[in-house]
Design a protein. Structure first.
Length: 436
């Protein structure tokens, strides 16, 4: 451990660690440190931070609390964020430095400066960290960093997230939901506003992108009220009695009674059945499936059903219009029995050539694959349109059993890695194509 610099007080073994400290005060604009290119890179990479000016150490410490945990071994002894532990340790003192000063277990502020290894001490609590984030970077950055920390598994930061300002993301929602399912009702009640806002914002954002792909899923209906596009064939037929001859001898129709087109959804005559794998590896995909079901459920001419399966099948169709309740009701975990989910989907088929069955899974079938192929083949033979949506990992890359997917494709169920937008396009193409 490096000896304290002149003029600074280093914590010693005889000094009891502080238990509380005031939040870092925001630096006035005139006194705010000016960052040169080298210092910016040191803060960004967490490398060689022992050379940072004293005024930048609160910034390095706050950033290290988030990023310093992520890249094991990245420092390679050069002061990178890969060092483990909160107090550096394990490096030799610089030539000419005094003997190492013993340190206590304090919060690592001015009373416990420790620059060896490029890491300052960790914060005594996440609340102290949040106070520093707000003082140094502002409320917006504080919320963004805390949300990133929660999404990365820093569960102690979840109670400090502001439901009104947290930036929505599927990763954050997935983490909060996984924690909420094991919480007592009293603590869950405090999280509901956050979950509710995340679901609403993500659903609204998804709807903005998805609903334009569903245009045209309504039934054209003639009307004499202006407003829609002109229905030229019907207008001509309705006005054949109103004609006049032009000077050049040609006859023209006078449209005294124009007919326009309007769109109406008189009935939900298409059925979409989402069959969603809720085994332990499917958290992010379940969130996307639930949000997509809520958006598609509002499309005209489309009746949306939502089935979940692991080794058991649950029909959550009644909650499709309320994605918050749907996501809180889903139970993640267990094995994978896709054939059971398809068997339940078959029981919902009334008009096969107007039924779409979409399976969201990693296709790691836990039962005999032959049973899965038999269920898929029966649906295809009946005229049902099938599609398999491969699970995606946290980075958005497809993650599924390729051999099983190939056998399903041969049986009539193509499998692809589709975003919610691409899935909505597929639904729209199937409905519009059959209506032509």
């Amino acid at each position: 451990v490096r000896a304290p610099a002149p003029g600074r007080t280093g914590a010693t073994s005889d000094t009891p660690p502080p238990t509380e400290r005031p939040a870092t005060e925001a630096l006035p604009a005139a006194d705010a440190p000016r960052l040169g290119p080298a210092d910016r890179w040191r803060l960004l990479l967490g490398r060689d931070t022992a050379r940072l000016p004293d005024a930048l150490w609160p910034y390095a410490r706050a950033l290290d609390e988030l990023f310093g945990r992520e890249a094991d071994g990245a420092g390679e002894g050069n002061g990178g964020r890969g060092e483990s532990g909160g107090g550096g340790g394990g490096t030799e003192p610089e030539p000419g430095a005094d003997a190492p000063a013993a340190t206590g277990d304090g919060d690592g502020g001015a009373g416990g400066d420790d620059r060896t290894g490029g890491r300052s001490r960790g914060y005594p609590s996440v609340r102290h960290w949040a106070e520093d984030l707000q003082a140094l970077f502002g409320a917006d950055i504080r919320e963004e960093v805390l949300a990133r920390a929660v999404a990365d598994g820093r569960t102690d930061a979840i109670d400090l997230l502001d439901a009104a300002t947290a930036r929505p993301s599927v990763e954050l929602l997935s983490t909060v939901l996984s924690l909420a399912r094991g919480m007592p009702e009293q603590r869950l009640a405090a999280l509901r506003p956050l979950v509710k806002r995340l679901v609403e914002e993500l659903t609204r954002e998804l709807a903005t992108r998805v609903r334009p792909t569903l245009t045209g899923l309504t039934t054209p209906l003639p009307t004499r009220r202006p407003g829609g596009p002109l229905d030229l064939p019907r207008t001509l037929r309705a006005n054949l009695a109103h004609t006049r001859r032009r000077e050049d001898g040609r006859v023209e129709v006078v449209p005294e009674r124009p007919v326009f087109k309007t769109r109406t959804a008189r009935r939900n005559d298409w059925r979409l059945v989402l069959v969603v794998d809720v085994s332990a590896s499917m958290e992010d995909s379940v969130v996307w499936a639930a949000l997509t079901a809520a958006v598609l459920g509002g499309a005209p001419m489309l009746s949306t059903h939502f089935l979940t399966f692991s080794t058991q099948v649950a029909d959550l169709t009644g909650l499709v219009a309320d994605p918050l309740s749907l996501l809180l009701e889903v139970r993640i975990g267990g094995g994978t029995h896709i054939a059971a989910g398809l068997a339940h989907a078959r029981s919902l088929v009334k008009v096969p050539d107007r039924t779409l069955v979409v399976v969201v899974s990693d296709f790691e079938e836990g039962a005999a694959v032959e049973g899965l192929l038999a269920q898929a083949g029966a649906l295809v033979s009946a005229g049902v349109r099938l599609l398999g949506c491969a699970a995606l990992d946290a980075g958005g890359a497809p993650r599924y059993s390729v051999p099983v997917a190939r056998r399903l494709a041969a049986a009539g169920m193509p499998v692809a890695a589709l975003s919610p937008l691409a899935l909505a396009r597929w639904v729209g193409e199937q409905v519009r194509g059959a209506s032509r």
